[in-house]
Design a protein around this ligand. Structure first.
Ligand SMILES: Nc1ncnc2c1ncn2[C@@H]1O[C@H](COP(=O)(O)OP(=O)(O)O)[C@@H](O)[C@H]1O
Ligand SMILES: [Mg+2]
Length: 366
């Protein structure tokens, strides 16, 4: 997949800007605070319909303005696709080839991107929430209906939580919880299955890739742990029963305890939890491995490589892994947009285009 050109109007620190991108490596160079990340955020927003940085679109509007507009012409399997996104306080419109999409699930995954920034170390280091999010974003890219499932699930959890907090009459409460639980099992099981299936796909790619970027003696292992079980089928078969068993506990705690919103993607290095035992360098290699596996899954499912967005990550990788990554990008001339503060000669030698980013303005170098 290729983003041929990208335009921003009143997005972050850009007033009006158009950029033509090339196949292969595109370098965005500029000192801190100039707007490099904002460009990647804009592209990522346009492709996914969501910001990975903020919950409120208002924050994306150029200060002092009241709307933003993004647009790109892309190629997917050599087919031209025009994406547009428009936001004006409270109103959000996403269009594919001039047609407005009613739901995010009709829009997301049309053009795919894999985004990689230093913050992605959180996938390994931080809470299960980060890992579920990583997995859900990947699934949504190739199976957009997953977004609708997640939305329905969130609504159920929200309603059940309201009930647990406010209904004081215990018999009434139990009956209503049972009704919500039926829906929770129906939607929740589909989410568990999706996540389980994609974890297996990821694991297969990761195991091979990791040996090339780390060492043949080291093993990465991913397991989706649902309802405390490492076996998805076991989790699915006990799901209704656990909800029954834990009902009194949920009533006591006044919150939903059981369900895939509490699941985790376990990431091990040589049989031990990477979060606790892997070094910082090993964790970085593992994240790189997850991202490359994501690229391969999208290629397999969509027949075309996604656009790779690398925000300040090259400087964080050691020489060997940086070389590996650049070779990987170069091998199929994958479109990659890389931000960095200074020009690294090795990358500049392979680049197709260099852009200088200065205070919300972009100029291509000849
Ligand atoms: N909504 C906004 N309107 C105007 N400027 C913004 C907005 N949000 C962020 N900025 C500015 O964008 C700049 C940060 O851009 P960023 O892309 O993160 O920089 P970098 O080049 O370091 O990646 C900061 O100067 C910040 O003040
Ligand atoms: Mg930045």
């Amino acid at each position: 997949m290729i983003i041929k050109n990208f335009s921003l109007y009143n997005f972050r620190n850009y007033n009006e800007q158009k950029i033509d991108f090339q196949q292969g490596i595109n370098l965005l160079i500029g000192s801190n605070g100039q707007g490099k990340t904002n460009i990647l955020e804009g592209i990522n927003y346009l492709l996914t319909g969501k910001s990975y940085r903020v919950k409120q679109e208002n924050e994306l509007i150029l200060w002092g303005k009241d709307k933003f507009y993004l647009q790109a012409s892309c190629l997917v399997n050599d087919r031209l696709i025009k994406l547009e996104s428009y936001y004006e306080t409270g109103k959000k419109v996403m269009k594919i080839n001039q047609l407005a999409c009613k739901r995010l699930s009709d829009y997301v995954g049309t053009v795919n991107a894999v985004f990689f920034s230093p913050d992605d170390l959180n996938i390994i280091k931080k809470s299960p929430n980060e890992r579920r999010r990583f997995l859900d974003i990947l699934i949504a890219q190739v199976k957009p209906a997953h977004v609708s499932l997640l939305n329905s699930y969130l609504k159920i959890i929200k309603q059940k939580n309201i009930l647990l907090r406010h209904e004081k009459r215990i018999d009434l409460l139990k009956g209503q919880i049972q009704a919500w639980n039926e829906q929770l099992v129906e939607i929740g099981s589909k989410i568990i299955i999706n996540r389980g299936v994609f974890t297996e796909k990821l694991n297969n790619y990761c195991r091979t890739i990791f040996k090339s970027i780390f060492s043949v003696d080291d093993d990465i292992d991913l397991v989706y742990s649902s309802l405390g079980k490492k076996d998805i089928n076991e989790a699915l078969s006990i799901f209704p029963e656990i909800l029954e068993i834990k009902m009194m506990l949920e009533i006591e705690k006044k919150t939903v305890i059981i369900g895939p919103h509490r699941d985790d993607l376990l990431i091990d290095l040589n049989g031990k939890a990477a979060k606790l035992f892997a070094s910082q360098g090993q964790q970085r290699s593992m994240v790189l491995c997850l991202k490359l596996a994501e690229m391969e899954i999208i290629l397999k499912e969509k027949g075309d490589y996604p656009i790779l967005l690398l925000d300040d990550v090259l400087s964080e990788l050691d020489e060997f892994r940086r070389e590996y990554l650049i070779e990987y990008i170069d091998s199929a001339n994958k479109q990659t947009i890389i931000t960095m503060t200074g020009a690294d000669q090795k990358i500049v030698n392979r680049k197709k285009a260099v852009y200088q980013v200065t205070n919300g303005s972009i100029r291509r170098e000849e």
